[in-house]
Design a protein around this ligand. Structure first.
Ligand code: 5RP
Length: 230
């Protein structure tokens, strides 16, 4: 069973269980979410569902448009029925590391506006404690002028910060909000809630990719073609 098949199994199952007629649906980012949008489109065509979709960023917006779904925003629809998103790692308490695609701020805003946050992922992402699987560190979105002081402060918290660069290393990744992303490796994270609070207290940190107590249900596609839900 391929990783892509596992992502499809998770994405389709999440949409089938949680997306219902007349809902406002938040759409996250990554390589698993496109399977959700694919399934939403199938159900819109087959069942005549009437949905409004709110994107978390550029990729999600393009996915919504490419599938001919109704696009809106938080100004028009500030209350989301269900947000569906991917994750980079999921611990036993449903805490998440997100932001591998650099959309952590908008994704957290969408999640905070949603009655339900549903996570879709493949079998690699499940762990006991955050940091066991996702070795790139916690994505931290930082105001550009504060990047050096923020990096110094996260070192004092025990982290190893690295500014995220684009694939060609020509320059740093700039988020949809004009900020930089610093990936901070803290090793295995024993207390993600405390760490998130410590990070968000640093002036210049806009948001972190630690999603604490936000996910309501997680769909994890398995290597053998099965589905595990938490
Ligand atoms: C983007 C994200 C993604 O949801 C996360 O990186 C998971 O992506 P994928 O489905 O490709 O594993 O947080 O900022």
């Amino acid at each position: 069973m391929e990783e892509q098949d596992a992502k499809r199994i998770a994405g389709y199952a999440a949409v089938d269980e949680f997306v219902k007629n007349n809902q406002v649906v938040g759409i996250g980012a990554g390589s698993t979410v496109p399977f959700c949008v694919e399934r939403i489109k199938q159900r819109v065509d087959e069942e005549g569902l009437s949905l409004v979709c709110i994107p978390s960023g550029y990729q999600a917006k393009q996915l919504i448009l490419d599938h001919g779904l109704i696009l809106s925003d938080l100004s028009q629809h500030p209350d989301i029925d269900v947000a569906i998103d991917g994750a980079d790692e999921i611990d036993k308490d449903l805490n998440l590391i997100k932001g591998g695609g650099g959309c952590q701020l908008q994704e957290k805003i969408l999640a905070s506006c949603a009655k339900l946050l549903i996570i879709v992922a493949d079998f690699h992402k499940e762990s006991q404690n955050l940091g066991e699987y996702w070795k790139r560190g916690v994505p931290v979105e930082v105001i550009p002028m504060a990047v050096v002081p923020v990096m110094n402060k996260v070192k004092k918290l025990g982290g190893n910060p690295v500014i995220r660069f684009g694939v060609m290393k020509a320059g740093p990744v700039v988020t949809d909000n004009g900020n930089l992303v610093v990936d901070v490796d803290f090793g295995i994270i024993q207390n993600p809630n405390e760490l998130n609070e410590q990070l968000t207290r640093i002036p210049g940190v806009v948001e972190t990719g630690l999603f604490i107590g936000m996910a309501d249900k997680v769909f994890i596609g398995q290597a053998d073609g099965g589905l595990h839900t938490i």
